[in-house]
Write a protein that binds this ligand. Structure first.
Ligand code: SAT
Ligand code: MN
Length: 619
């Protein structure tokens, strides 16, 4: 078979009637570059989901799970070389290198476009190009945005169906004139070469050469070579964070790596909304779905990963969750740690790189059921307790569930409110065995920015090329996701704070992961984190006082609700131990980290570093 050439007329003939000319032209251009055998316009219907998932089962990429245990749900196994985001292959292609900043990989946009032209040329030979219209945020909402992802992966289409509002309604928005973000994705595994030599498909097509690229000046995304998660589901980190953060800076709003939750005080009926930023795989999904262990509070979930925030008519900051599903880390998730996530994943879900049980259900390390005598592991091999005894795992550390947010039993009734929910407090956290206390409140707005800017965390398995466990700076948990110079991003935060004045939410630094000298985590965490939220909302309501310390303002032992848990004053003191010498060293390290931003570093941030040192000296 030889390559097909597409004409605009032919593409239009196969497209929904409402597809506008500009979109048809773009699809035609990309089809002539990537040379698929056919073009398919996704409508997001249930019929389409069933048809594509049946095809995936037929092809062997999907394993249908036991419908009695996990209806309408599937397992996919990726290649071991394609299991997470690849930060070293993620590029910001701004015109000027300084606009990408020292923490991003920059590539010259003209050169990168030439490289991409080369790799995308013929990359879809033998495959279908899926045209996937999607909305980030409720369709038509004032904070929402639309995009089109072209992809040669049905796995991507099905995941996008869960993670975004995908299909007809989003296309209608584009037909009605909404600006859209163009995103081209290919797994980079054509089934035919330019000479027409065919090769068979594989279960998880991808390419060793990967490019995850963003063009902030033109809002374009090109992703080549990977089929996994944030590399391939382009609505998520590529659009909703990297591109959206640059749009937000231009237009006076914020795109953040934050969960959003509502805390309701059941006695008064008062509602509080909290956003929280943690690096990938540090428990955002767990916090978003927290089951309070203290009576009188109810948590409902608005989002678990990304928040888009804009000033509302009353001058407060309002947030929406731009996503429609959760792409959660499986290992460690259980009815004990996160019952709501477990309930959300009971049906209509895609599991990637978890283990398969003999009765057709899923299993992973840390799930409630003990390891059965036999499993098929994420490589597709037999796995028994003997393998576990050798230290092997049955589910990959970054194995995931893709689940519809609407299935979460505690999804907030306003999770799709187009105008968003008003934010009362913003939390920053990370995994820190030492130094960082359980909770600290900002002294002033610029100190809040400083807290975000100095986030450091023990790295997890969410990226392939970052050593898990090592401490790394991850400002605002945005290090891999900020689409522009990180120092300019801090400047944008300072500007938003200025604009909103005392209506801008207060910032809190939290740490659930502090360890004692024997290496045990001190704080019970999970549902007991409601105790921290309780203190925070009582603080924002002006009901309790705080004690000034080196890193911020701390709760008083007597104000903090510790009823029913085994945290005495000695344990409390451990949780809040702040060693001036350790912090002096951490500030030296922070100063060095900040120095890479040169004169882009906002003066307010430098001033906060000085104030921090003064507090150390006074301690
Ligand atoms: O793979 S994703 O980027 O979507 C998940 C994550 O790292 O948070
Ligand atoms: Mn994330």
């Amino acid at each position: 078979m030889t390559d097909k050439t597409y004409s605009v007329e032919e593409v239009r003939a196969g497209a929904p009637a409402e597809a506008p000319e500009k979109l048809i032209e773009w699809v035609t251009e990309k089809a002539n570059l990537t040379k698929p055998d056919s073009i398919y316009w996704a409508d997001g219907s249930e019929e389409e989901w069933t048809r594509l998932s049946d095809e995936m089962v037929e092809a062997g990429t999907f394993t249908r799970l036991n419908p009695e245990k996990r209806p309408n749900s599937f397992l996919a196994r990726s290649l071991p070389s394609d299991v997470a985001r690849v930060e070293s292959r993620t590029f910001i292609c701004s015109e000027k290198e300084e606009d990408a900043g020292p923490t991003n990989h920059w590539a010259d946009p003209v050169e990168m476009k030439a490289t991409l032209k080369g790799v995308f040329d013929g990359s879809m030979r033998g495959r279908t190009m899926y045209v996937v219209p999607f909305s980030m945020g409720p369709v038509g909402g004032p904070i929402s945005q639309v995009g089109i992802e072209l992809s040669d992966s049905a796995y991507v289409v099905l995941n996008m169906k869960i993670m975004t509002r995908m299909g007809k309604a989003a296309l209608n928005e584009i037909a009605n004139g909404a600006e859209w973000v163009p995103a081209l994705h290919s797994v980079g595994y054509p089934l035919r070469d330019a000479e027409g030599n065919e090769r068979p498909d594989v279960l998880w097509p991808c390419n060793d050469e990967k490019y995850i690229t963003h063009f902030p000046e033109t809002n374009e995304i090109f992703s080549y070579g990977s089929g996994y998660g944030g590399n391939a589901l382009l609505g998520k980190k590529c659009f909703a964070l990297r591109i959206a953060s640059t749009m937000a800076r231009r237009d006076g709003w914020m795109a953040e790596h934050m969960l959003i939750l509502r805390l309701t005080d059941e006695k008064t009926g008062k509602q509080y909304h909290v956003t929280a930023a943690f690096p990938s795989a540090c428990g955002k999904t767990n916090l978003a779905m927290l089951q309070p262990t203290i009576p009188g509070y109810k948590v409902s979930t608005v989002g678990d990963d990304i928040a888009w925030m804009r000033p509302g008519p009353d001058g407060r900051l309002y947030a929406i969750n731009p996503e429609a599903g959760f792409f959660g880390v499986a290992p460690g998730t259980s009815y004990k740690t996160n019952p709501m996530a477990m309930e959300t994943a009971r049906a209509n879900s895609i599991f990637t790189n978890v283990a398969l049980t003999d009765d057709g259900d899923v299993w992973w390390e840390g799930i409630d059921d003990p390891m059965p005598d036999h499993l098929i592991d994420w490589h597709g091999n037999d796995f028994t307790p003997a393998d576990a005894a050798e230290g092997k795992v049955a589910a990959h550390g970054n194995s995931r569930f893709t689940v519809p947010a609407s299935q979460c039993p505690i999804i907030c009734e306003d999770w799709e409110a187009p105008q968003g929910v008003p934010i009362d407090a913003i939390l920053f956290g990370g995994r820190r065995a030492t130094n960082v206390p359980l909770v600290a409140e900002q002294y002033e707005p610029a100190h809040g920015v400083f807290i975000g800017a100095s986030v450091a965390s023990e790295a997890t398995s969410a990226a392939t090329d970052v050593k898990a466990g090592a401490l790394r700076h991850d400002p605002f948990a945005m290090l891999p996701f900020c689409g522009y110079n990180m120092a300019d991003y801090w400047g944008h935060w300072l500007e938003m704070q200025d604009k909103l004045g005392d209506k801008f939410p207060k910032v809190y630094q939290v740490n659930w992961f502090r360890k004692d000298d024997d290496g045990h985590i001190i704080w019970p965490g999970f549902g007991d984190n409601s105790r921290v939220l309780d203190w925070i909302v009582r603080r924002t309501a002006g009901e309790v006082e705080a004690t000034d310390g080196i890193t911020g303002r701390y709760p008083k032992f007597e104000d903090f609700n510790l009823d029913g848990i085994d945290v005495d004053k000695a344990t409390w003191d451990q949780l809040f131990e702040v060693d001036p010498d350790a912090w002096a060293a951490e500030m030296d390290d922070t100063e060095e980290y900040f120095s890479q931003f040169g004169d882009k570093l906002p003066a307010e941030v430098t001033a906060q570093l000085e104030k921090f040192r003064e507090r150390i000296a006074a301690a």
